[in-house]
Design a binder for this molecule. Structure first.
Ligand code: HEC
Length: 187
């Protein structure tokens, strides 16, 4: 199975699990703030573009590991650049989350794949995608490019979790400058 069909299969399994899990998911559509079919499909395209650009997968660019803070990993690295997805170029911030036994900055620098736990991504979508939140698309991938899910089984891709008191957006709204980015002020 190639990477692409693995992602598709895992995404489909996630959507089915979500449908079985709660009645709310039966109305799943592109109107759902996150985890819907359009968000999952965009996340797959984004991962593929990241892999092609050397931002994910084997041989990807590595930043210098630094000590992280909750809820991201014990050790992190972050890359900030632009990327074309579906013919549109947007800002992308890729944060890799490292953890597990024996994790340290040096251990991650020596063997990143061994300690990689998750890849959290912010990609700036077209104007109007989510005007309340600087039009960021949020995704949390596992190291193989499949999407992580929340406890209800919804895939963590899209406007995560717009309207909820916890999640990417709720926490990142505390970032200074109104851009939902902690690292710098972009606008
Ligand atoms: C409870 C708070 C919290 C939640 C929830 C959270 N983050 Fe973050 N995130 C942070 C903090 C704090 C930083 C900056 C600190 C750092 O880099 O160690 C950060 C940094 C980032 C960055 C680098 C850009 C920046 O803001 O500096 C990305 C990308 C990112 N997070 C993605 C996500 C995604 C995707 C999710 C949801 C799946 C998420 N985050 C959930 C607190 C959070």
């Amino acid at each position: 199975m190639n990477n692409r069909s693995l992602i598709t299969a895992l995404a489909a399994a996630g959507v089915l699990a979500a449908c079985a899990g709660t009645s709310m998911r039966s109305t799943e559509s592109d109107d759902a703030p996150f985890g819907g079919p359009a968000s999952v499909a965009f996340a797959a395209d984004l991962w593929q573009a990241m892999t092609a650009a050397g931002l994910a997968g084997g041989g990807a660019l590595q930043g210098t590991p630094y000590t992280g803070q909750h809820p991201h990993g014990a050790i992190l690295d972050t890359l900030d650049t632009t990327l074309s997805v579906g013919g549109r170029r947007g800002e992308i911030i890729v944060k890799r989350n490292y953890g597990g036994e024996g994790v340290s900055k040096a251990a991650v620098a020596d063997d990143p794949a061994r300690h990689l736990k998750a890849v959290t991504v912010m990609f700036r979508r077209e104007k109007g995608y989510d005007s309340d939140n600087a039009d960021w698309f949020w995704a949390k991938y596992l190291p193989d490019g499949s999407l992580d899910t929340n406890p209800k089984g919804a895939a963590l891709a899209g406007r995560v979790a717009k309207g909820a008191p916890k999640g990417c957006i709720a926490c990142h709204r505390a970032a200074p400058g109104g851009d939902l980015v902690f690292n710098n002020d972009r606008f």
